[in-house]
Design a binder for this molecule. Structure first.
Ligand code: ADP
Length: 159
């Protein structure tokens, strides 16, 4: 049976830190769905269509990765897709409390889907979408922080 994992997030926008987790997840699972969740109480710089498109372009060379959008509950989505696991990235200790809360709730909602955490690659441990947006706003270079399509999209946004 094919083993599928969901990699959920806001991805506003996708960074090299996200991409690293997606690539590593794709080595472990038969298929990874990167799911852009649109229901967080966050105002975003990129629309959900833009975020979807940027992930599509940035993962086009990964044959077992696909991209999707959802606005429902993650655990309902995982069940619908018959996913075995949720993959999340962990950076600093500051990620831990938030992730623990979400994971406990998700486990209550659906015990059949395991949440797996991947430690960030050291070079990305201080990288976040928020930092990237802050830097790009002032036209500083972000080429080593995000995939090329995202760099172009940020340039257009802040032109
Ligand atoms: P969310 O709003 O769900 O936290 P994000 O887009 O901020 O969505 O993050 C999606 C996932 O990617 C989270 O598990 C987050 O911890 C992880 N992540 C974000 N940045 C990095 C990074 N630099 N290295 C590893 N994982 C990361």
């Amino acid at each position: 049976m094919s083993r599928l994992a969901v990699c959920p997030g806001s991805f506003d926008p996708l960074t090299n830190g996200h991409l690293d987790i997606i690539q590593r997840g794709a080595e472990v699972f038969d298929h990874v769905i990167v799911a852009v969740f649109n229901n967080r109480n966050k105002s975003t710089l990129f629309s959900v269509e833009e975020r979807f498109q940027l992930i599509e372009e940035s993962t086009k060379d990964l044959p077992n990765v696909s991209v999707d959008v959802s606005s429902g509950l993650l655990m309902d989505y995982a069940k619908e897709k018959n996913a075995k696991a949720i993959i999340r990235g962990l950076r600093a200790v500051s990620d831990f409390e938030y992730e623990m809360q979400i994971t406990s709730m998700n486990r209550k909602l659906n015990q059949e889907v395991e949440t797996l955490f991947m430690m960030t690659n050291n070079q990305y441990s201080f990288l976040s979408s928020s930092i990237v947006k802050e830097v790009a706003k002032y036209h500083a270079p972000v080429s080593d922080l995000v995939p090329a399509p995202v760099e172009e999209a940020l340039k257009r946004k802040f032109a």
